[in-house]
Write a protein that binds this ligand. Structure first.
Ligand code: ASP
Length: 436
């Protein structure tokens, strides 16, 4: 018989994405723990996304400030970052000739060269070139360790996968280009490797500069890679048993939420629940990919699953944001706050990348609660004050309570002054300060 063809449908690659944050790779023992978790999934295809180790991103932020604003000793901070990584490597690799030592040395040489030049770009540009190195260093180490214990792992540079515009510190992802890069450069690696390991948080521009996706952005990277590669699931490994109804920093008796719908999860992260980066859920929801939040300390436990579901989770959740500033903005001539004032105010917030956490307007003033980041708030205030009268209260806290009742509000606001409040059917928000 001639001309007989059988068309087999192309089977999707069964693959999952794991994300390990800073706390999961904070020292040599933690790196070994990551490797033992990965070994539990022998035979599976996994994209592993890793953040900078421990609190290294904060250290690198102080390095940028020392370099750009001359707020500190560049060399001393750089040496601290260097010894942290080298000491950790010495615990993982007995042989000082292991290639990773050289690879780290090259990163530090390049960093030093960059830091010896006077700053020639805006702050955010330098921030991204420097702070991103935390992820490069951590992935070089974790990948070398995995290979040394027999895991067949390919290291890839995320800057060649996640393409963004040049909005430094808040790179906007080019979905089409990144998807085609993931399909052509990442997925084929699974022919010869079980694991592909790359950096969270960082991306690249068309001019080959590095961008970052916002603090805690590695979750978003994991979601993007899952979306582009159509993963079966994403697992974010954390030092908590799953998504909790409150931050254990503020509450002793927290409850784990076993299952949350995408919609609830988007709202929780939007209001500031720090367990997942706010941009993470949407790409997963679009392709119906479940997200698990699990403990890297007890990996056998089920954690929380975030997936399609129409039931709202009825558990009361508490989201607290400290170190907020409440701005009250008024036209200088005491005229009404009208649309053109609002549009001028919003364009200034957008110009300085200041995110509005809560807002309210009255006849003659517009109030906004936002994170008190001096480097953004000071220039914003300067420009606002040239057009408006601005009053502000710093050191205030923003509390968001989902599924609230009156007793909860009364107990949380005891001995506090409520400066601004807002409620919808399910969500109550208040900006408060201590009653002193
Ligand atoms: N290392 C970055 C940070 O600490 C990104 C991340 O961990 O997700 O914000």
């Amino acid at each position: 018989m001639d001309g007989f063809f059988v068309f087999l449908p192309l089977l999707p690659l069964m693959m999952q994405v794991f994300k390990f944050g800073g706390a999961s790779v904070k020292d040599a023992a933690s790196v070994k723990n990551v490797s033992s978790i990965i070994k539990r999934f022998k035979g599976s295809k996994i994209i592993v996304v890793v953040s900078a180790m421990g609190k290294i991103t904060n250290k690198l932020e102080s390095l940028v400030n020392a370099y750009f604003y001359k707020e500190g000793d560049v060399e001393a901070i750089l040496n601290e970052v260097k010894s942290f990584h080298l000491d950790l490597c010495k615990e993982l690799f007995a042989d000082p000739n292991t290639a990773v030592f050289n690879e780290l040395e090259n990163v530090f040489v390049e960093l030093l060269w960059a830091l010896e030049e006077e700053p020639s770009f805006p702050y955010n540009h330098h921030y991204d070139q420097i702070v991103s190195q935390g992820e490069i260093l951590s992935t070089l180490i974790v990948s070398a360790y995995l290979n040394s214990v027999g895991v067949n792992c390919k290291w890839l540079d995320a800057r060649g996968l996640i393409q963004t515009d040049n909005s430094y510190r808040d790179g906007r992802v080019d979905f089409d280009l990144s998807e085609s890069l993931v399909k052509s450069n990442l997925l084929p690696q699974f022919k010869n490797h079980d694991l592909v390991l790359t950096q969270g948080f960082i991306g690249g521009t068309s001019e080959n500069f590095t961008t970052t996706l916002g603090r805690e952005g590695s979750d978003y990277t994991a979601a993007l890679l899952a979306y582009f590669g159509v993963a079966e699931k994403v697992v974010i490994w954390k030092d908590v048993p799953g998504v909790l109804n409150a931050d254990p920093k503020y509450f002793k008796n927290t409850k784990k939420l076993d299952e949350i719908g995408y919609h609830d999860a988007i709202e929780l992260t939007y209001y500031g629940a720090s367990v997942i980066h706010p941009k993470t859920i949407k790409p997963l929801q679009n392709k119906n990919i479940p997200l698990y939040v699990k403990s890297f300390i007890k990996p056998e436990e089920p954690g929380t699953v975030i997936q399609q579901g129409d039931k709202r989770n009825p558990v009361t959740s508490y989201i607290f944001k400290d170190d907020q500033i409440l701005l009250s903005i008024m036209p200088k001539d005491f005229s009404f706050i009208v649309e053109d004032n609002l549009s001028a105010i919003f364009s200034l917030f957008s110009k300085f990348s200041v995110r509005v956490n809560m807002m309210q307007n009255s006849a003659i003033s517009f109030s906004v609660c936002t994170d008190n980041d001096v480097h953004k708030i000071t220039p914003l205030l300067n420009e606002l004050q040239s057009q408006f009268k601005v009053l502000y209260n710093s050191g205030v806290q923003l509390m968001t309570i989902r599924n609230y009742d009156q007793d909860i509000i009364a107990s949380l606001s005891e001995n506090k002054v409520i400066l601004m409040e807002q409620r919808s059917r399910n969500t109550f928000q208040m900006v408060i300060k201590d009653n002193v």
